[in-house]
Design a protein around this ligand. Sequence first.
Ligand code: HSE
Length: 420
Amino acid sequence: MTKIKIGLIGLGTVGSGVFKCLVNNPKAEIVQIAVKDIEKPRNIDGLDKTKLTTDVMSVAQNPDIDILIEVIGGVNPAFDIIKTALESGKHVVTANKELLAKHGSELFELAKNKNRLILYEAAIGGGIPIVMPIKTTLCGNKINKITAILNGTTNYILTKMDTENASYEETLKEAQKLGYAETDPTGDVEGLDAKYKITTLSTISFKEKIDLDKVYAEGITKIQAEDMKNANEFGYKIKLIALAQRVGEKIDVRVHPMLISKKHPLANINDVTNGVMISGHPVGDVMLSGPGAGEFPTASSVIGDVLSLVEEFDGNPLPIMQCHHEKIAQMLDISETKNKYYISINAKNNFGVIESLGRIFAHNEISISIILQKGLQSDNTANVVVITEECFENNMQSAICELEKEDCVKRINSLIRVTD
Ligand code: HSE
């Protein structure tokens, strides 16, 4: 049997895993690998250095290659590489969530015109099989909601803050020392990585194009150890949640921290593990969880895509595996969303503080569900913690503005959305 010929772009953590998993495969052979530095010491069994090149475009254009695997990440030069590979008739397998979220439409259109496929199981949830199940097994469903933890770094930090009662800053430092967070952690801790992933996941789930620029993202940098303690006391955990749901004719997609009820399966997804709950009709709720990153879990998804393509090679790509959306989604702005909220307020020890807070909430049509004040602190202030019933985001923002101007309020410590 002739082996399918593969070009691999990138030999970092994921690329090495892919190489190790495919090196002895009877159906596929990696014939060329593009790297930044050929001489860099690499401890990879079976790696033939003559296959390494720094000329990425020669791999993308190589007429002997049937499938191009791109695992370098980022938009440039990945966009040009993938475009060139499709134009020269190759199928593409990628783990590049940023590229798909930013330029997916254009690339999928090109792939369709060339009768080629772009598969990207590894781009969302690492080793969790989520893209193909949505496209195939669940294709008879109307998916209404996705609630997910899609970033391992932030889940690790929040888990440690919770179990060790530690601050965000010290936990981040520890995570960086252990290699769970990057030196520049911005993409993870500000929610951008999860934003890219939920954008593509909701596009395929709702079959409507989600505009990345309209997806609200807020990271975990303002979460305090005190919030973790309070959340636990109220029966919640704090997680960075990627949420996508239908609201009437509109689609609401966002990433932000949430207090999530301890009864929700995602509340028990800890450390670097990712989890995705899909709610659809007729299936109901489906929960998938597993390793969201790492050499072998991510390689598992990449080689799964490669081998599905190998099986399909003699025929036309199955339309079900293509990406197509019927229309551009009408997106709900964050200000139009309805949520429950956790608010921690630092107030002066004045008479009538609770009355003032109650008046501001009432005036903004916000009803209080839980209110807690545990005595006074040494600086003669009190932390008043409130959980509200569901209300509009813009009403909450206007209440926050009024609270900030209120004489008895020293500071708003935290504002976090809540889900049961
Ligand atoms: N940085 C990501 C995470 C892994 O922490 O989950 C790759 O998407």
